[in-house]
Design a protein around this ligand. Structure first.
Ligand code: ATP
Length: 383
């Protein structure tokens, strides 16, 4: 039995179809990230799960119990789903411990039981001993951790996190994500988090559901979604994706501006392009075998860099390199590029509405690089 089951749920606001046949299933103790762009219906999904909105059609069940059907609507307080809002939403006049105890129902647990569960939840989020502080005496990250502790305290059937880290700065966000992920897992909580941040979804969730225009386009484990996106739009939304036109095909190999590439499956007649991730593209000295390319620019991120190259006449190619000599390549440097692993085939992006990262088909017929590129030489010389 799924802890959360959403079947063909529809919800419209006037002319806007916010949820357009959403199907979801989430196992107990798992964290699902609903990932999608602004306006795709993420918050609406969260609100229908919590019971703040009624659905027009479909069915929602929590722990096997139908909570939403057309004509049937269990109100929020009888669903017991806990919400962690963007800003934490702590009561400013209550101490940290009282904030956490708020949802517990002292009568049920008794004074000692309440105190123990509050202490347990503070431990879970790494804030042991801070129960007597007031919210304004905590950092933003600590406040968000208290909000998660408060949500977990009554052991709700479902924890709903609404872009919970969006107000935190980048460094704090990474730290708080890890703490929260661990706290949810240690407490065995079933959780659904909505976010438009692909790094957050990929790094935290057991499963991801990619949403667009009120529909779930793909659901699965993070690595599945990243490595085998169902279409170019999903590919581009969960990471950097470059699309290359197929110039020629031969079984499980296709020729592109980067030469002959291995593909994950024999392309069908309508599959006229392949997708590569920038980390599949490696850069080598111009004298090495591979497709000739010229460095256009380098976006430096510290831990790695994205090298933007031009291959053939016009085709932009992206290569992700670790910090090192390649991250300092100068515009105009001539190199060759090779491809690691296999590319995925897709129908023309214009039919899927996806926006390609790569520009025009190239006129240049680059030498084949095969489906497994060469590794970088020890001291490459770039020209
Ligand atoms: P964001 O990431 O920007 O918060 P979202 O993915 O959470 O966006 P929703 O807030 O669920 O998107 O909105 C989905 C669509 O439904 C949008 O077009 C929005 O304008 C519309 N919508 C949401 N709530 C209402 C409402 N109460 N009345 C009218 N339209 C609404």
């Amino acid at each position: 039995m799924s802890a959360v089951e959403v079947v063909q749920v529809h919800k419209a606001f006037g002319q806007v179809q916010a949820l357009d046949g959403v199907d979801l299933s989430l196992g107990a103790g798992k964290l699902l990230a609903v990932l999608g762009p602004s306006g795709c219906g993420k918050t609406t999904l969260l609100r229908v799960l919590a019971g703040f909105e009624q659905i027009d059609a479909g069915r929602i069940a929590l722990e096997g119990r139908a909570v939403s059907l057309p004509g049937v609507h269990l109100p929020p307080h009888r669903r017991h789903a806990a919400i962690v809002p963007q800003d934490g939403g702590l009561f400013p006049h209550l101490s940290v411990a009282d904030n956490i105890a708020f949802g517990l129902g002292r009568r049920k647990l008794g004074r000692r039981g309440t105190r123990d569960r509050v202490a347990e939840c503070l431990d879970l989020v790494g804030l042991t001993g801070l129960g007597s502080r007031m919210p304004h005496e905590l950092s933003g990250g600590q406040q968000q951790r208290v909000a998660v502790a408060r949500a977990l305290a009554p052991r709700p059937p479902l924890v709903l996190l609404d872009e919970p880290f969006s107000a935190l700065d980048a460094t704090l966000r990474t730290e708080v994500r890890q703490v929260v992920r661990q706290a949810l897992a240690e407490d065995g909580a079933t959780a659904l988090m909505v976010t438009h941040d692909q790094a957050e979804a990929l790094s935290m969730a057991d499963e991801i559901a990619v949403m667009r225009a009120g529909r779930i386009l793909q659901a699965g484990r993070p690595a599945e979604i990243y490595r085998a996106p169902v279409d170019p739009w999903v590919a581009g939304f969960v990471g950097e994706a470059q699309l290359l036109p197929v110039l020629e095909r031969d079984g499980q190999r296709v020729r592109t501006v980067l030469g002959w590439l291995g593909v994950t499956e024999t392309p069908g007649p309508g599959q006229t392009q392949v997708m590569l991730r920038p980390e599949q593209v490696t850069i080598h000295p111009a004298t090495d075998p591979g497709a000739p390319a010229t460095v256009v620019s380098v976006d430096y991120y510290g831990h790695d860099a994205l090298v933007i190259l031009r291959a053939g006449d016009h085709t932009t190619v992206l290569s992700r390199v670790v910090d090192g000599p390649q991250a300092a390549l100068q515009p105009g440097t001539r190199v060759t590029v090779a491809v690691l692993g296999r590319a995925r085939c897709y129908a023309d992006y214009s039919e899927t509405g996806a926006e390609p990262v790569v520009g025009h088909p190239a006129g240049h017929d680059a030498p084949g690089t095969g489906d497994a590129g060469t590794s970088g030489s020890a001291q490459p010389q770039y020209h």
